[in-house]
Design a binder for this molecule. Structure first.
Ligand code: G3H
Ligand code: 13P
Ligand code: ZN
Length: 333
């Protein structure tokens, strides 16, 4: 058993309370490799932002959870090396699918876990979330639950349709489970294709899809039921058109990729939404940069020569999100 406290990590409790009060959101960036982790930490240190390093089941399968944990421990030291005296870094399990997965992460030094029982019948979701909370809280690890279903792929769970969170359930859920934060469904979804062409009008000039607005009425109703309770938004990549265009220009094929407009995320960040999950935008930035190098320098075969530009572009992306979308710059103590 390793406590995250020994690794210099923090849980989300104080971070979220400050974010709700201050009208900003903490970035939760997924990472699967060294370049993403470096870019996240460089951006967080430069902007003086707290940050959540997020590890999905897919990341654990790809990179190994032990290595990822050591990378997060390394991230704390790296942040200090970059000049941050007291890094505020959370290591969080994204979409934990069982008690055992959550326990394994808690036991090896994660400071926060998500138990995603959103696909289960309501009472089973409550029971599973409570079981994880009871275990996690013994070690001062914070827990995110989820109510409502996002469309798209959540790890291996694919949902055809989204179901908005029912505001009438949130008091009962948070009281019975004791969870520290709640992920809700208000129209976001995972991946780079958040809406299909049937759901969106098309802007005639550039020919791009115009995404429908998020269900802010559902968010407002949840906040009315649970004043000040930390709310989480998954599926919050905005799928920047510049990256999609770059990928398509250099040989990729991402037709009709569309995300959540950043103004809507900015609006959400000013409310009780205090954690915003972003993964796909980083994948797009990475891919765009790598494709550009491959297209322009076909003789290049040193991975540092294409992973380096990818890391630079991701760092720019993360800084932009922190400063212009989430508003968490300058909020690290
Ligand atoms: O929940 C979705 C995240 O973007 C993680 O995706 O399961 O492909 O790592 P992944
Ligand atoms: P995106 O696919 O929109 O980046 O969402 C990531 C996410 O919600 C991770 O849990
Ligand atoms: Zn998610």
């Amino acid at each position: 058993m390793v406590s995250y406290k020994e690794l210099g990590l923090v849980n989300t409790r104080k971070m979220f309370a400050k974010a709700v009060d201050g009208g900003y959101a903490i970035p939760a960036f997924n990472f699967n490799n060294m370049e993403q982790m470096q870019a996240i930490i460089m951006a967080a240190v430069e902007t003086k932002s707290p940050v959540i390093l997020q590890v999905s089941k897919g990341a654990r399968n790809y990179a190994n959870q032990t290595l990822l944990r050591y990378m997060a421990q390394g991230a704390v030291e790296y942040a200090k090396e970059l000049g941050c005296a007291h890094p505020e870094i959370v290591l969080h399990l994204d979409h934990g699918d069982s008690f055992e997965t959550c326990k394994s992460c808690i036991d090896m030094g994660f400071s926060s876990v998500m138990i995603d029982g959103s696909a289960l019948p309501y009472d089973e979701n409550v029971a599973l979330t409570k079981k994880v909370v009871d275990y996690a809280h013994q070690f001062d690890v914070t827990v995110e639950g989820e109510l409502g279903v996002l469309a798209g792929v959540e790890d291996e769970v694919a949902a055809e349709e989204s179901h908005y969170t029912k505001p009438e359930e949130v008091i009962d859920f948070s009281t019975r489970t004791g969870c520290d934060s709640l992920a809700i469904s208000i129209g976001t979804s995972h991946g780079a294709y958040k809406f299909n062409p049937e759901q969106c009008p098309r802007d005639p000039k550039p020919g791009r899809l115009v995404p429908p607005p998020l269900a802010f009425d559902v968010l407002d109703a949840v906040m009315e039921k649970l004043p000040g309770f930390p709310i989480v938004l998954h599926g919050s990549s905005s799928v920047p058109q510049e990256y999609v265009d770059m990928i398509n220009k250099y040989g990729g094929k991402l037709p009709d990729a569309v995300g959540i407009p950043e103004e809507q995320l900015r609006k959400a960040a000013k409310s009780a939404v205090c954690k915003i999950n972003i993964d796909s935008d980083s994948r797009l930035a990475f891919t765009a940069a790598v494709r550009k190098v491959f297209a322009e320098k076909p003789a290049e075969f040193d991975p540092r020569k294409y992973c380096g530009p990818a890391r630079d572009l991701m760092t720019e992306l993360y800084k932009h999100k922190i400063i212009n979308v989430l508003g968490s710059d300058g909020k690290a103590e």
